[in-house]
Design a protein around this ligand. Structure first.
Ligand code: FES
Ligand SMILES: [Fe+2]
Length: 360
């Protein structure tokens, strides 16, 4: 299936991007990203048009990037401004395509569609990564050899945590006793939410690192902002207290298609307690790595391999009640992509109209 082009995709955590050029493949396109001398991010075609050297192997000089193979120089708008060879003639093909790029909410976002439709106010905002007065946490990255939609499925169905992650981010069903997860599914303004809650439960090993509660209520609403950005607003409260109080641990999960069979997973997690405790952040990051790298990634990859490239719906999966969000997400995304492809044949369409329509 084609990808949704008219969307902002995360290309890096903001803190990780410097003047050192970095290559990243998004939606099967190779990009190079770096910061100009004034710190403004740049995103352009990642392969040199001369002999196809990755520009990530070049070096940034001021605002420009110089190819590391034969030295062509490109400005941040993609124009080749210097050919050090022969008479210095610059052939018309010696140019790069610049991509709209924004530094927001602690991440570098690249617009992969028609630049005419790039609107920075569409970028997801989450202050828990940038407001260090109220939150502490960490961010990370994981490469997954699976189609990106399987990662969305994984995140929208958190019932897997009890079985795949009892020693990291889940609560072993045996410890929960007969207290069941309650599940609610909703779609509002194009945002698809799976809302899980369980009352009178012990904390997960991750929560246990920093909450004093032996027993409490856990709320885990996770929302998908199409095409592939998710926000989980997890909280553990004293019994009977309102959700969103107590120990809060919001996280973002930005899934970026690399190819049809691989994706980038940028994640970040914050907490609202023990803010001045970097050792705690490190311990939490270790548990998250265990959950994502040792537990989620092998399972998602195994599912991808088991599906052998066959269409999800054509495989006629057995549907559980808790699959409502995942199924809705797949259908909505397919509809969005179809609409975009149809519009591309006529005139380019903006993402927001198509998004609203796809869920109606
Ligand atoms: S490949 Fe870049 S200058 Fe030759
Ligand atoms: Fe998981």
């Amino acid at each position: 299936m084609p990808f949704l082009q008219n969307s902002w995709y995360c290309a890096s955590w903001s803190k990780d991007l410097t003047s050192r050029p970095v290559g990243i493949r998004i939606l099967d396109e190779d990009l190079v990203i770096y910061r100009r001398a004034d710190g403004v991010p740049v995103a352009m075609t990642g392969i040199c048009p001369h002999r196809f050297a990755p520009l990530s192997l070049g070096k940034v000089d001021g605002d420009d990037i110089i190819c590391g193979y034969h030295g062509l120089r490109f400005d941040p708008h993609g124009a080749c401004t210097h050919n050090p060879h022969g008479k210095g003639m610059v052939p018309p093909r010696a140019r790069l395509t610049p991509y709209p790029v924004e530094d927001r909410s602690g991440a570098i976002w690249v617009w992969m569609g028609d630049p005419e439709h790039a609107n920075a106010s569409d970028i997801l905002s989450f202050d828990f990564l940038t407001d260090t007065q109220a939150w502490a946490g960490f961010s990370g990255y994981l490469h997954i050899n699976s189609n990106y939609q399987l990662v969305i499925d994984n995140l929208l169905d958190l019932t897997h945590a009890a079985y795949l992650h009892p020693n990291s981010v889940g609560v072993d069903p045996k410890l929960r006793g007969d207290r069941k997860l309650k599940y609610k599914f909703s779609v509002e303004d194009g945002v698809i939410t799976s809302d899980y809650s369980v009352e009178g439960t012990p904390p997960s090993p991750l929560l246990r690192l920093w909450t004093d509660r032996e027993i409490g209520d856990i709320y885990s609403p996770i929302s998908l902002h199409l095409p592939s950005n998710l926000v989980l607003d997890l909280s553990m409260t004293d019994r009977g207290m309102a959700r969103g109080t107590g120990s809060r641990m919001p996280s973002v999960h930005l899934i970026v298609p690399e190819t049809e069979t691989s994706c980038h997973y940028f994640y970040a997690l914050s907490r609202n307690g023990r803010l001045d405790d970097p050792a705690l952040s490190e311990s939490m990051a270790n548990i998250i790595r265990q959950a994502f790298v040792d537990e989620d990634e092998p399972m998602i990859r195994a599912v991808h391999d088991a599906m052998r490239g066959r269409d999800f719906f054509a495989l006629e999966p057995a549907i559980l009640e808790t699959d409502a969000a995942g199924l809705t997400a797949r259908r909505a995304l397919a509809k969005l992509i179809k609409q975009e492809q149809a519009a591309l044949k006529k005139s380019p369409a903006g993402p927001s109209d198509a998004l609203t329509e796809s869920l109606s």
